[in-house]
Design a protein around this ligand. Structure first.
Ligand code: PMP
Length: 418
């Protein structure tokens, strides 16, 4: 009754073989499936669960909010508190609008960028994923790449996306400023926005090369194009203020999701006051949502962000470093590579760490599938695709961190001798 048995394609095991476990419950950093198997969870609902499952404070906040009513379609006080929390953390955001999914956040941010600039074209980067709306299903990562049948390298990335819509989306390789400059020069005064994941997670973890984000900022300023950071994955994960704090580059618009809702359906987009005040009802740019700023999700998001202090980010960094210390040498020994930024990491079945999508496409996907299955046998639940990042939680105990590192190192060996 459910196409492929899943309500989002990335949950299927089509790329790695077998059927996904049906999850019965989560406890801390583990999930337990319907057959009673326990796994250390490195998917974390694809990013939101930085505090693990059913964190006490998050659960309490959500239950209190739900007991007062699930949704009003009218403003509530906690929305102001969450907006204050976001604005105080994210360097480039003066004002923020809440919505329900990352897809909505990028869709609305791009509409705003087009409205403000009066331009139609947008540039996205190969292998980045910004949600499942038409304009962004062009050379996209994540599930589009995983199930691509070659579509990952063509445009549009899905049947049903009109060619005329896809033609408004220009693409350049990740980490290639010259290619972006070339597009901006060729389409002078026509490019509304450049949207990217400042650290890519949707083609596996791919870090920005030194100086690249700064160069994109300069190029956007020079050509009057708005720089949009899609921090749905990196926001509140890589630093208190996201990748823009970590790398010291300020975008014009920022998209947020995942961690901001603490595992509940919540996302956001924000930016400078001048831009955000163009949204209805202050301005003419229409954007709306029945469940936007849902009180239960807002309470959960707030209870999540309030636990993410400097100590939490220091702990995430040290957990990531410990996993890397074991896995990176093992990967190198076996002709693979480990990419890690903070609490996001990917083991690539390719000797050199990828810097762009074309590099990731060279990975040995059959070996990844064997690695994934061996890890699952060891009790570690990874994202079931080479084109995804694994996520570490701040709540992992020292023993769990050691188990993850050792189990993945064993799974690597099993994948390569198979
Ligand atoms: N942008 C990025 C960077 C993402 O990783 C995702 C989801 N993985 C999205 C947008 C879309 O978010 P959602 O699935 O909540 O629509």
């Amino acid at each position: 009754m459910i196409p492929g048995g899943v309500n989002s394609p990335v949950r299927a095991f089509a790329a790695v073989g077998g059927d996904p476990p049906f999850v019965a419950r989560g406890e801390g950093c583990e999930i337990v499936d319907a057959d009673g198997h326990r796994y250390l969870d490195l998917v974390g609902s694809w990013g939101p669960l930085i505090l693990g499952h059913a964190d006490n404070a998050v659960l309490g906040a959500a239950m209190t909010a739900a007991s007062r009513g699930s949704s009003f379609g009218a403003p509530t006080e906690l929305e102001i508190e969450l907006a204050e929390e976001i604005v105080s953390r994210v360097p480039s955001v003066d004002k923020v609008r809440l919505c329900s999914s990352g897809t909505e956040a990028t869709m609305h941010a791009l509409r705003l960028a087009r409205a403000v600039t009066g331009r139609d074209l947008v540039i996205k980067l190969e292998g980045c994923y910004h949600g499942a709306h038409d304009a962004m299903l062009v050379r996209a990562g994540s599930g589009v790449a995983t199930f691509s049948d070659g579509r990952a390298t063509t445009e549009p990335g899905s049947p049903g996306v009109p060619a005329a819509v896809a033609a408004l989306t220009l693409v350049a390789p990740f980490n290639d400023a010259d290619a972006v400059e070339d597009l901006l020069r060729r389409h002078k005064k026509d490019v509304a926005a450049l949207i990217l994941e400042p650290v890519a997670g949707n083609m596996g973890t791919v870090a920005p090369l030194s100086g690249w984000l700064e160069r994109l900022r300069e190029l956007c300023d020079r050509y009057g194009t708005l720089l949009v950071f899609d921090e749905v994955m990196t926001g509140f994960r890589l630093a208190k203020g996201g990748a823009q704090e970590r790398y010291g580059v300020r975008p014009d618009l920022t998209c947020l999701g995942k961690v901001v809702g603490g595992g509940y359906p919540l996302a956001a987009f924000g930016g400078g006051r001048d831009l955000m005040d163009r949204l209805a009802p202050l301005g003419p740019v229409y954007q709306a949502g029945t469940l936007s700023g849902n009180p239960v999700a807002v309470a959960a998001g707030l209870a999540t962000l309030r636990q993410l202090d400097d100590d939490a980010y220091a702990r995430l960094e040290s957990i990531g470093a410990r996993v890397e210390a074991v896995l990176a040498p093992a990967a190198a020994y076996h002709g693979c590579s480990l990419a890690r930024v903070g609490s996001m990491f990917t083991l690539f079945f390719r000797a050199k760490t990828p810097v762009r999508f074309a590099d990731v496409l060279e990975c040995d996907l059959a070996a990844f599938a064997r690695f994934f299955r061996a890890a699952l046998n060891e009790g570690v639940y990874l994202p079931p695709s080479q084109f995804e990042a694994a996520f570490l939680s701040v709540k992992l105990t020292d023993d769990q961190v050691a188990t993850i590192a050792d189990s993945l190192a064993s799974a690597l060996v099993a994948a390569l001798v198979d």
